[in-house]
Design a protein around this ligand. Sequence first.
Ligand code: PLP
Length: 450
Amino acid sequence: MKLIAAVNDSAAESPRYVARGPAQLRRIAKRYDLSPQLAETVRLLSLVLPFRVSQYVLDELIDWSRVPDDPMYQLVFPQDGMLSPEHVRALAALAPHGRLAGPGLAELVRRIRSELNPHPAEQLSSNVPLDARGDPIPGLQHKYDETVLYFPSHGQTCHSYCSYCFRWAQFVGDPELRFATNTPDDLVAYLQRHPRVSDVLVTGGDPMIMSTARLREHVEPLLRVDSLRTIRFGTRALAYWPSRFVGDRDADDLLRLLERVVSGGRTAAVMAHVSHPVELEGDLVRTAIERIRSTGALLFTQAPLMRRVNDDAATWREMWTTQLSLGMTPYYLFVARDTGAQDYFKVPLRRAAQIYRDGLSGMSGLGRTVRGPVMSATPGKVAVDGPAVLNGDRVLSLRLLQARDPSLVGRPFWAYDNAAAAWVDELVPHPSSDPELVRAVWGGPALTSR
Ligand SMILES: *Cc1c(COP(=O)(O)O)cnc(C)c1O
């Protein structure tokens, strides 16, 4: 609590969070000296892809002397190559620079978005739990026995958008993606009927975009459920707006809310999305981490592996080592999901496995808690353990870390090695694999030839 008191005084000078988006593009370009060509790319692509950036990212995380190659610039600004040249040409024709958009632009935008697989892994239609009357409960997903995902409706946005976000469609107003809920009442009732659920993961968007008062309305009722042991908060705020924990008007209240969870005998876990070492460098983020730790909450880290952002082993080793020294536990290294601008960022699975292994080498065993590379696919979380030789065939060894069907977890299975495959559906199962696993992962007995 001493730490909380000490930083409280700075609240008055703390800048207020303001979102920057396509409407401020001209100002951003001028202030940071973005070339007209790069600005035009952002303008056109942000008609389709969500674009939002916090002042903190602009001032503290992007190295403007390295734009466009700077990894943080790649991460938050739409880039040439994220849409096909045909799509960009069509957009430029209907939305010419400095002139009114032509008719048909909205339809074109809708069509391009629909071609970007906006709903990967059937995340909307599957996993929606039912209430006592058998009706679907909005704002919840329950895929793995122990953990329910909770989407509070006021947390369905972020302080900045990652251009690789797998929930991107939700930020461009896709009505199908409005699966959020205003109150935790249904969740509480569901947890009471399902005492095997030990964890709720509050997610979005980013739950830390909510005011603390609002977040408290979603979290405190959960503490009435005895069987609930852990409340996780998936967030990008440490990287995109660390003031959320230091200096924002209700930052201290947020820390008290975390304390409240912990003092109620539960685990509060901040699942921090950290994509690049620079995100952990500033004084502000370091103070934010210390303050979160001072509440007794645990910090775990996770991020996807992305070409042009973090696709080398040294970057991950540095991230994991730094995280460990800051009291954060490395948790997941994800594979870029098959949606949006995936082609732009994707790293083939074999290479991803190599980066993961090389990243761990030379690192304390305490940081080798991280698992990866992991695909969050329809049947579950598929880890790529790496290349092997099986009956004379080159294969990739795979394993489910989590599965809808818990009996499938942890049993190795194999696919023919393939230097280009970047998602499990681009792999062909090897016939030595258990047919049950093959059916679950690939759907049907696809055990033919390669
Ligand atoms: C990853 C994930 C979880 C959490 O799984 P853990 O292995 O417990 O971290 C829960 N639900 C869904 C849908 C997930 O993708």
